[in-house]
Design a protein around this ligand. Structure first.
Ligand SMILES: Nc1ncnc2c1ncn2[C@@H]1O[C@H](COP(=O)(O)OP(=O)(O)OP(=O)(O)O)[C@@H](O)[C@H]1O
Ligand SMILES: [Mg+2]
Length: 498
């Protein structure tokens, strides 16, 4: 069947290249006997003189009501949508679905030839710009990701959210806004979803309507289709940044001060166990990446992630990525499997992208058993919440541990919680740097070392600054043992307190 299509397609292209369309001849465009319609493409021959594709489709000629003769902005918009629809559908129907889309230059040339042919037969006058735009849209549908292709190419867009065919939001400069592109219909979104998941050997349908995937550039994708999604097929893309944010960027954006940066660098060098806490999309992974960049070059780092997002610049890094089970429910490798396994890989640093469940127990055990200097993130809105989350996650591991034992383990494993937040002006900031000091009775004692204080909300911007609480962390001896001297002024203290 595929071979047949290839034959058909090649035949079609040969005819395109030979300029046979629009001329007379047995294999060229045939004139329609229906005066109301114009036949535009001859059915490609399978070599036996037998038509291998459906009967020629007919385009409505200009001058017909609803096309070409109507005026007015709304009607024009409708017409151009119809035209787009027709041109795209014709192109998709003519292109070989088994074509190697990775040869983009070649495929683009083929699309161009077909496109010119199809548009010329439309008898619609398009300006050069309109024609180019239509071509880009059509090409994006075939070799790219359709209407969202331009958003993915736009470096200022950090996230793309498709809520069904007619509503696409993007995040730009920390703010959500409605994009001015739409899909034609649910089916169009489904085609693009298939384009995303099929190269990964995955499949999305009504019986498995949720899927995590990645774009070829590493961007993280989540897909939910009906019946689970009630707004039509949805796609959420966290764009992969080719140039990840570095410490200087975070200082420049006001996410942290140079003093905080110096403090966090010291904490990483002194091998403290650090948990970055934050809500969804608050910048946890970005901060984890920045903290990991402080790990010295001569240490062996093993990273464990659900979807590999970390981009460490050190040479000696072993990257592990979990994988979902296959269609029969077999072969899944969880984050927990990887955390357990990485202990046998002689890691000097373990960096776990995010603790979401049972792996928290193994992570805490690792932190408590000589794998200090480990880093991870977790989903919580305050440092105190992070402790409860860790407790719950350990309970999920199914070990029948008393709560007090879990808390003791958390308190002795974690040295520092860095709270990352997305503020209401869209900016992302560190809002607390909190030391886990130990236990007092049944309760884990936390002590803020730095806290972000909001002073005003002016012109849509949050104004405030990160202030030291004036408390010298109890882990300071570890930092000093690592040969690092921090100025007492970082903590808002005079020399005599040190
Ligand atoms: N400090 C920052 N300033 C500005 N933008 C940031 C900052 N940190 C992260 N971002 C941007 O915010 C988006 C989300 O960042 P990131 O992936 O690190 O968040 P996350 O908390 O790990 O999200 P999730 O919960 O989905 O895993 C990215 O586009 C990233 O480039
Ligand atoms: Mg993340």
């Amino acid at each position: 069947m595929a071979a047949q299509k290839e034959v058909d397609y090649m035949g079609l292209l040969r005819r395109v290249e030979a300029g046979e369309f629009g001329t007379t001849g047995s294999q060229a465009a045939v004139a329609s006997h229906d005066p109301a319609s114009v036949a535009v493409v001859a059915p490609p021959s399978n070599g036996d003189g037998v038509s291998a594709s459906p009967a020629p489709r007919r385009l409505t000629p200009p001058g017909r009501p609803g096309f070409g003769s109507v005026t007015g902005a709304t009607q024009t918009a409708t017409i151009s949508r119809e035209l787009k629809h027709r041109v795209k559908n014709r192109l998709i129907a003519e292109m070989d679905p088994d074509m190697d889309l990775s040869k983009t230059v070649e495929v683009r040339q083929r699309i161009r030839a077909l496109f010119d042919l199809v548009v010329d037969t439309e008898n619609t006058v398009l300006t050069r710009t309109e024609r180019e735009r239509l071509f880009e849209e059509a090409a994006a549908d075939i070799i790219g990701f359709g209407p969202i292709e331009t958003l993915l190419q736009d470096a200022t867009v950090s996230e793309v959210m498709v809520n069904g065919p007619n509503q696409i939001y993007v995040e730009q400069k920390g703010k959500l806004r409605l994009a001015d592109v739409t899909f034609d219909d649910d089916e169009h979104v489904r085609r693009i979803i298939d384009r995303i998941v099929s190269p990964l050997g995955r499949h999305v349908d009504e019986s498995s309507p949720i899927c995590d995937a990645r774009l070829p550039d590493g961007s993280r994708v989540n897909i939910v289709i009906p019946p689970v999604s009630l707004v039509g097929p949805t796609i959420t893309i966290r764009k992969f940044s080719k140039t990840p944010l570095v410490i200087d960027d975070l200082i420049r954006f006001g996410s942290m001060t140079p003093e905080i940066a110096e403090f966090l660098r010291a904490c990483v060098l002194a091998r403290l166990n650090i948990v970055v806490s934050g809500g969804t999309g608050s910048g946890k992974t970005t901060l984890l990446n920045v903290l990991s960049s402080f790990i010295p070059d001569d240490e062996r780092i093993v990273t464990v992630e659900d979807a590999a997002e970390l981009q460490l610049r050190q040479d000696h890094v072993v990257r592990l990525e979990a994988r979902p089970p296959n269609i029969e429910g077999k072969g899944g490798i969880t984050i927990r499997d990887l955390v357990i396994n990485c202990l046998r890989m002689r890691p000097e640093r373990i960096v776990v992208g995010e603790c979401r469940g049972r792996e928290a127990l193994d992570m805490l055990q690792a932190m408590n058993t000589g794998h200090d200097g480990s880093l991870t993130t977790g989903h919580a809105n305050t440092p105190r919440d992070m402790l409860s989350r860790l407790e719950t996650m350990v309970l999920m591991a199914g070990m029948d541990l008393p709560v007090r034992a879990i808390r003791e383990q958390v308190a002795s494993a974690v040295d520092l919680i860095v709270q990352q937040s997305r503020l209401r002006d869209g900016s992302r900031k560190i809002t607390n740097i909190t030391e886990v000091q130990g236990m007092e009775g049944e309760i884990i004692t936390l002590q803020d070392v730095f806290v972000f204080e909001q002073e005003a909300f002016e012109g849509g911007k949050v104004i405030g600054r990160m202030k030291p609480t004036g408390v010298r962390p109890k882990f300071m001896p570890k930092i000093e043992d690592a040969g690092i001297r921090l100025s007492p002024s970082i903590f808002g203290l005079a020399d005599r307190f040190f």
